[in-house]
Design a protein. Structure first.
Length: 372
C-alpha cells in the first residue's frame, strides 16, 4: 500500500535539486524578512508579543515546507486521479465565501475555522491550472475548440465568485495565467483574440451595470493614474521606500514603510525588503523566481506528454505573473491589487498554497519515467 501512495524509488536521483534549493531559499528568506516586517506591527500597533506574527509565519512556513516535500513524494498517478475532486472541493469552499465568509476591510475573502482564517482562492489556483490542462489534453472533450470554451466557462465561474468578494487582483492573475496556458497549448490566435475581446466586454459591462458594486475598480484605476487626487498614497510610499533603500538598504529594522502602510508585511513585502536590505536583495529574490521558471522550461521542452507540459507551464506562469504583479504594484507600475508575494508574504493560506505549487512542480519534474 505504501508503494501505491509514495514513489520513492529513484526520487532523489530524478529530483531537480536546483529547484528544491531555490524553494528552500525562498522559504528561509520569507522567515527572515517576516521577523523584520512584522515585529513593529505586533508590538506597537496590536499590543501583542514581539514575535507574535513571526512565530505564526514560522509555523506556516514549516508546514508549507513539509507539505511541499509530501506532495513531491506522492505517486504522480495518484495526484492526477485526485486533481478534479480536490479542485471541486476548494471550488465549493470558494462558493461558500460570499455566504458564510468573514469580511475584512470591505472584502469577503476568508472562511473562519476558529483557530485560523482560510482563503479558498489560494488553493483553487494551482488545481484550476491542472484541471484546465487535463481538459485541454485529455479525451474528455474531443473537439479542441470546445475544450477551450469549456475551460473559459470554468474560468468565468471562478471570476464571478472572486468579483463578488471582491478580489480584482486574483481575477487578473487567473485570467493572465489561463491565457498563457491556452497560448502554450497552441490555440488559434483568432480564437484567442475573440476570447480576450469577450473578457474586456464583460469587464466593462460589469462596470456599467453595477457601478456601485465595482466602484472600487474605478477608484484603484483613478488612484493609479493620479495618486494625489485620489488620496491613495500606498503605492507611492512603497516606491519612495524602494528609492530610499537604494542598492544597500537602510539596515534591518530601520525602514519606515511597515509603520505607515497597512498590510506592508503582505502586500508590500518587496518594498519593505528593498527599503531595509536594498534593491540588490529584491533583485536576488526576483532572480530566484526567474531561475525556477527557467528550470521548469528546461525540463518541459524534453517532455512528450502534453498534460505535463501544460501543467508545468501553467504553474510557472502562475508564479511569475504573481511575482510581477506584486512587484509592479510596489513599484507603482500597476494599480493596487493586494497581491501577496509567494513564499515571502505573511499569510497562512498563501504560504500553504506556495508549498503545494512547489510540491507539484517538484513531483512532475522528478518522475521522468512517467512523463517522458
Amino acid at each position: 500500500m505504501q508503494e501505491d501512495i509514495f514513489k520513492t524509488k529513484n526520487y532523489w536521483r530524478n529530483l531537480d535539486k536546483n529547484m528544491l534549493v531555490s524553494f528552500i531559499l525562498l522559504f528561509v528568506l520569507g522567515i527572515f524578512f517576516s521577523f523584520s516586517s512584522t515585529s513593529f506591527l505586533a508590538d506597537e500597533r496590536l499590543n501583542k508579543g514581539y514575535y507574535f506574527f513571526f512565530q505564526k509565519h514560522l509555523l506556516y512556513a514549516l508546514l508549507s515546507f513539509f507539505l511541499m516535500i509530501f506532495v513531491s513524494l506522492v505517486n504522480t498517478d495518484l495526484i492526477n486521479k485526485s486533481l478534479f475532486p480536490i479542485f471541486l472541493f476548494f471550488l465549493l469552499l470558494l462558493i461558500l465565501v460570499p455566504f458564510v465568509g468573514i469580511e475584512a476591510k470591505g472584502s469577503k475573502r476568508w472562511l473562519n475555522f476558529y483557530t485560523f482564517r482560510f482563503q479558498p482562492i489560494e488553493f483553487v489556483k494551482p488545481f484550476f491550472i491542472l484541471t484546465i490542462a487535463q481538459i485541454i489534453t485529455s479525451n474528455w472533450i474531443k473537439n479542441l475548440n470546445l475544450a477551450y470554451f469549456a475551460s473559459f466557462i470554468l474560468l468565468l465561474s471562478i471570476i464571478f465568485f472572486l468579483v463578488i468578494q471582491p478580489d480584482f487582483g486574483q481575477s487578473v492573475l487567473l485570467v493572465s495565467t489561463w491565457i498563457s496556458l491556452i497560448f502554450v497549448s497552441g490555440v488559434n490566435i483568432f480564437y484567442l483574440s475573440f476570447i480576450l475581446a469577450s473578457v474586456v466586454f464583460l469587464f466593462f459591462t460589469l462596470l456599467y451595470l453595477a457601478p456601485e458594486k465595482f466602484s472600487y475598480i474605478v477608484t484603484r484605476l483613478t488612484s493609479f493614474m493620479d495618486p494625489a487626487k485620489s488620496g491613495n498614497f500606498q503605492s507611492q510610499k512603497a516606491t519612495d521606500a524602494i528609492r530610499e533603500g537604494g542598492l544597500k538598504g537602510q539596515g534591518m529594522g530601520e525602514g519606515v514603510l511597515k509603520e505607515s502602510v497597512p498590510e506592508a508585511h503582505t502586500d508590500y513585502i518587496i518594498a519593505v525588503v528593498s527599503e531595509e536590505f536594498g534593491s540588490i536583495v529584491s533583485i536576488l529574490i526576483i532572480t530566484i523566481f526567474l531561475f525556477v521558471a527557467f528550470r521548469i522550461i528546461k525540463r518541459v521542452v524534453n517532455f512528450s506528454n502534453n498534460f505535463y507540459k501544460l501543467s508545468l507551464s501553467g504553474l510557472a506562469s502562475l508564479l511569475i505573473f504573481q511575482v510581477f504583479i506584486h512587484v509592479g504594484v510596489n513599484a507603482n507600475l500597476l494599480p493596487t491589487t493586494g497581491m501577496t508575494l509567494p513564499f515571502l508574504s505573511y499569510g497562512g493560506s498563501s504560504l500553504l498554497s506556495s508549498g503545494i505549487i512547489a510540491g507539484i512542480i517538484l513531483n512532475y519534474t522528478s518522475f521522468t519515467e512517467k512523463i517522458e
